[in-house]
Design a protein around this ligand. Structure first.
Ligand SMILES: Nc1ncnc2c1ncn2[C@@H]1O[C@H](COP(=O)(O)OP(=O)(O)OP(=O)(O)O)[C@@H](O)[C@H]1O
Ligand SMILES: O=C(O)[C@H](O)CO
Length: 524
C-alpha cells in the first residue's frame, strides 16, 4: 500500500525572490488571483503603451523604427475602448504639432474615468481632439455612426503633406459603424448581433463587418490617401492579426464574397438576410477592381501593434512570482466553445493535482482537446512537463496563465458573459478537488473590465462552488441553461466571487488563471 507523504516542501523560488514580503504568504488564493489579474491589466494601460511606442526627437517622431517629420501636419483619429487614454498620451507627446483630431469612444467613458480618479486618461480642456461617445452596451448606434462620419470626413480632407495618427483598440468595430448604403445601421447591427449570439468568432464576425462597411478592411486608409497613415494598435484578437483588430480600417485587405457567404451559411443566416445586405454582397467587390488595386499599392500606411494579451500575461507572471507562485504560461490564444475550454482547465487541474502519477488518459484527453481550444500540442506537452516536475519535485504553488477569447452559444435570456460562464463551468469541473488547505482556484476575467453586458469582468471559482450554491438554494444548471452567470455570481455569497475591477480603460481579450496549490503526493 502506498505510503502517504505530505510533501509540502520548501518552495525554492521563495529564497530567491527578494521583493516578496512574508505577509503575502498569508494572503488567500482569491486575493492573490485578483492581484495577478490587476498586474495583467496594468501592463497594457493605454497611456503606458503609447508612451512606450512613440519617441519624440525635436520636430520628428520615431515609431517602430520609422521617422516621420512633424511640421504642424499631424491629425489624429481613434476608435475603441482604450482609445481615450491613448489619445491623451499622444497629445501630451505630440500636441504642439497636432492640427485636429476626433476619437470615437464608449458611451459614458469620460464620466466613468472622472469618477474613478483616472484624469490622466482624459483629454485636457483645451485639447484639439474632439471626443465623441457612442456604442452603448458595446453595440453600434447612431452616435457611433456620427463619429464614423466625422472620422471619414477628417481623413478625406488630408493632403500628401499630412500625417494621420490612427489609434485603434478592441471595441473599435462597434465604434466605427459606416454601413454601405442602402444597408441601414439597424440591418447591419442585426446581422452582427445574430452572428455573435450564434457563437461566431471575432474573425468570422469581422469578415462580415468588413464586407458591409465603408471604412473597415482598409477603407479608412484609402480615404486618407495621399497622407501618410500611422496606426498604433492595442490588440484584442488572438495572434494580433492586423486585418481583424477593430476590423482593420487601415489594413488594405481583400474581402472575398465567398468567405462572407460561407460564414453566413455556417450560422444559417444566408436565407434571412435583409435585401440591402444581399444587394451589397452581390456587387462586384470594390477591392478587386483595377482602380482600387492601383491605389492599394500607393496607400502609405504603417500599422504597429503596441500592446497585446502576451504583454499582459508576462506582467501577470511577474506579479505571480512576487506573490509566491511559479508562473507558467500555457498559451495566449485559448478559444473555442466555453464548454470545451472549461474541460481544458478541469483536465489541467486534475493533471496538476494528482497525488500519484497522473493517469495517461488525462494527457491523451488534453492533447485531443487542444485543437478545439486553440492550444498547440507543443504548448500542452511543455505545460504538462512543467506541472509534473512541480508536483514531484515539490516546487510549491503554480500560477498557470493563459489568454484568449472563448465563445458562448447563447441559448437563454439571462445576464452574463463568457468569463463568468467559463468560471462557473470550471467550478463544476473542479468539484471534489478541495485539497487541504486549499484546492485549485480558477479566475477568468476580461481585461476591459466588462464581461458581456455586465459590470463585472469575470469571476473566481474553485471546487467548492457547487456545494456553496446548493447551500444557498441556487441551481447551477438552471443558471447555465439560461446563460445567467452574472445573476448566479451576484446572488452567490453576496457576489464575493465576482471580479469587479470597474472599467479598466484597456482591452486585450481575457486572462485565465489556474492557481495550483502545493500537492501532497503519494509515494509507493
Ligand atoms: N448572457 C450571456 N452569457 C454568456 N455570454 C454572453 C452573454 N451575453 C453575451 N455574451 C457573450 O459575450 C460576448 C460579448 O462580450 P463583450 O461585450 O465583452 O465583447 P467583447 O468581445 O469583449 O467585445 P469587443 O471585442 O468589441 O471589446 C459575446 O461573445 C456573447 O456571446
Ligand atoms: O472591435 C472589434 O472588432 C473587436 O474588439 C476585435 O478587435
Amino acid at each position: 500500500m502506498a505510503r502517504v507523504l505530505s510533501l509540502f516542501r520548501h518552495q525554492p523560488f521563495l529564497v530567491h525572490v527578494g521583493r516578496r514580503k512574508p505577509a503575502l504568504c498569508k494572503m488567500s488564493m482569491d486575493s492573490r488571483a485578483r492581484m495577478v489579474f490587476a498586474a495583467a491589466v496594468e501592463a497594457v494601460q493605454p497611456d503606458t503603451v503609447v508612451r512606450q511606442s512613440i519617441e519624440r526627437k525635436q520636430d520628428s517622431v520615431i515609431i517602430n523604427g520609422h521617422t516621420f517629420t512633424l511640421k504642424h501636419n499631424l491629425h489624429l483619429v481613434g476608435f475603441g475602448k482604450a482609445v481615450l487614454g491613448m489619445a491623451a498620451e499622444a497629445e501630451r507627446i505630440l500636441g504642439d504639432h497636432l492640427v485636429k483630431g476626433v476619437v470615437s469612444v464608449p458611451h459614458g467613458i469620460q464620466q466613468t474615468l472622472q469618477q474613478n480618479g483616472k484624469d490622466h486618461l482624459l483629454l485636457k480642456e483645451n485639447s484639439r481632439i474632439r471626443v465623441m461617445e457612442g456604442a452603448k452596451h458595446n453595440l453600434p448606434d447612431t452616435d457611433a455612426q456620427k463619429a464614423a462620419e466625422v472620422i471619414k470626413q477628417l481623413a478625406s480632407e488630408l493632403t500628401e503633406e499630412d500625417l494621420l495618427l490612427v489609434l485603434i483598440s478592441g471595441g473599435g468595430s462597434a465604434l466605427l459603424p459606416a454601413p454601405i448604403p442602402p444597408i441601414s445601421l439597424q440591418e447591419k447591427q442585426d446581422v452582427t448581433r445574430k452572428l455573435a449570439g450564434a457563437g461566431a468568432t471575432i474573425q468570422e464576425l469581422n469578415t462580415v463587418r468588413c464586407a458591409l462597411s465603408l471604412l473597415k478592411g482598409g477603407r479608412l486608409a484609402h480615404y486618407a490617401h495621399p497622407a501618410q497613415v500611422v496606426s498604433l494598435i492595442l490588440s484584442d484578437v488572438i495572434g494580433d492579426p492586423l486585418d481583424f483588430i477593430a476590423s482593420g480600417p487601415t489594413v488594405p485587405s481583400e474581402v472575398w464574397p465567398e468567405e462572407v457567404v460561407s460564414v453566413l451559411e455556417r450560422y444559417k443566416l444566408l436565407n434571412s438576410l435583409p435585401a440591402s445586405v444581399k444587394e451589397v454582397l452581390e456587387r462586384p467587390s470594390p477591392s478587386r477592381s483595377h482602380k482600387t488595386n492601383e491605389s492599394s499599392r500607393s496607400v502609405r500606411v504603417l500599422n504597429t501593434v503596441i500592446g497585446s494579451n502576451s504583454v499582459a500575461l508576462k506582467s501577470a507572471g511577474r506579479r505571480a512570482l512576487e506573490l509566491g507562485f511559479r508562473p507558467l504560461v500555457l498559451a495566449p490564444g485559448v478559444c473555442g466553445d466555453v464548454r470545451a475550454v472549461s474541460k481544458l482547465y478541469g483536465l489541467l487541474a486534475r493533471f496538476a493535482c494528482s497525488r500519484e502519477e497522473p493517469p495517461p488518459e488525462i494527457a491523451a484527453e488534453l492533447l485531443k482537446l487542444g485543437p478545439e481550444v486553440g492550444v498547440e500540442s507543443w504548448d500542452l506537452c511543455r505545460t504538462m512537463q512543467v506541472l509534473s516536475e512541480g508536483r514531484t519535485e515539490g516546487w510549491g504553488s503554480t500560477c498557470l496563465l493563459a489568454g484568449g477569447e472563448p465563445t458562448v452559444k447563447l441559448t437563454g435570456k439571462g445576464r452574463g458573459g463568457r468569463n463568468q460562464e467559463l468560471a462557473l463551468r470550471v467550478g463544476l469541473e473542479l468539484r471534489g478537488m478541495q485539497l487541504p488547505p486549499t484546492g485549485p482556484v480558477f479566475l477568468s476575467g476580461g481585461t476591459d473590465g466588462q464581461d458581456g453586458p455586465t459590470d463585472a469582468a469575470g469571476a473566481i471559482t474553485d471546487g467548492g462552488l457547487y456545494e456553496e450554491a446548493q447551500a444557498q438554494a441556487l441551481d447551477v444548471n438552471n443558471f447555465l441553461t439560461n446563460n445567467d452567470s452574472y445573476t448566479f455570481f451576484s446572488r452567490l455569497s453576496a457576489g464575493q466571487r465576482l471580479l469587479v475591477p470597474g472599467l479598466t480603460c484597456t482591452n486585450v481579450m481575457d486572462v485565465h488563471m489556474l492557481l495550483i496549490p502545493p500537492i501532497p503526493i503519494n509515494i509507493g
